[in-house]
Design a protein around this ligand. Structure first.
Ligand code: URA
Length: 196
């Protein structure tokens, strides 16, 4: 997708360059209302990268992804398969909080997603996990159906990719949790297969 190219670096990329380029970003309206830009967190050499939708209130205040209630649940999900947030990389489709936690608009996603693309290129994860419909639609396919297609493997730019329910959806509707338990086990198997 061409909008990935818009935030592309001039020469070879580095974390320092990316942070310098992205740090003061005002490419969309969300830059005006943020307290902090929420860049990403975790291992810069992770095999698995989790990609959410956009920062919420707590994330905006702390400048770190998934530190609010949904983040606490993500920690539990990781623990289920023997991981913690230091072993994976976590980022979002947009780096600034949408007002009242609304879905990020298409032009906000388009302005921001190139930063995430550069993070993916730097981390070089083997597996991408999209949390929720918005992230899956941005990377897997525009008509992605989270209820039908969560837990299935796709190819995204040569990487194994899967979507699962967003932890916020699991907080709203705990009846979806067993399906996510199965998806996490599927993810564990895929991680294990990397080392076979
Ligand atoms: N929801 C997201 O999609 N990302 C966060 O960082 C927090 C909540």
């Amino acid at each position: 997708m061409d909008f990935f190219k818009e935030n592309a670096p001039a020469g070879p990329d580095s974390w320092e360059k990316l942070l310098a380029d992205c740090g003061g970003c005002m490419k969309c309206e969300l830059g005006r209302t943020r307290h902090n830009l929420v860049f990403g967190v975790g291992s810069r050499t992770a095999d698995v990268m989790f990609i959410g939708e956009g920062p919420g209130e707590q994330e905006d205040l702390k400048g770190e992804p998934f530190v609010g209630p949904a983040g606490k649940l993500l920690d539990v999900m990781l623990e289920l398969i023997g991981l913690d947030r230091t072993q994976v990389y976590i980022a979002n489709i947009v780096k600034c909080r949408p007002p009242r936690n609304r879905d990020p608009l298409p032009d906000e996603q388009a302005a921001c997603i190139g930063w995430l693309e550069r993070q993916i290129d730097l981390v070089q994860p083997k597996i991408l996990v999209f949390l929720g419909r918005i992230a899956a639609m941005a990377f897997i396919k525009p008509d992605f159906r989270i209820t039908k297609e969560h837990g299935q493997w796709f190819d995204v730019q040569g990487r194994r990719a899967m979507a699962m329910y967003h932890p916020s959806a699991l907080l709203r509707d705990p009846s979806k949790r067993p399906e996510t338990f199965v998806d996490m086990k599927t993810l564990r198997q895929e991680i294990d297969s990397l080392y076979d």
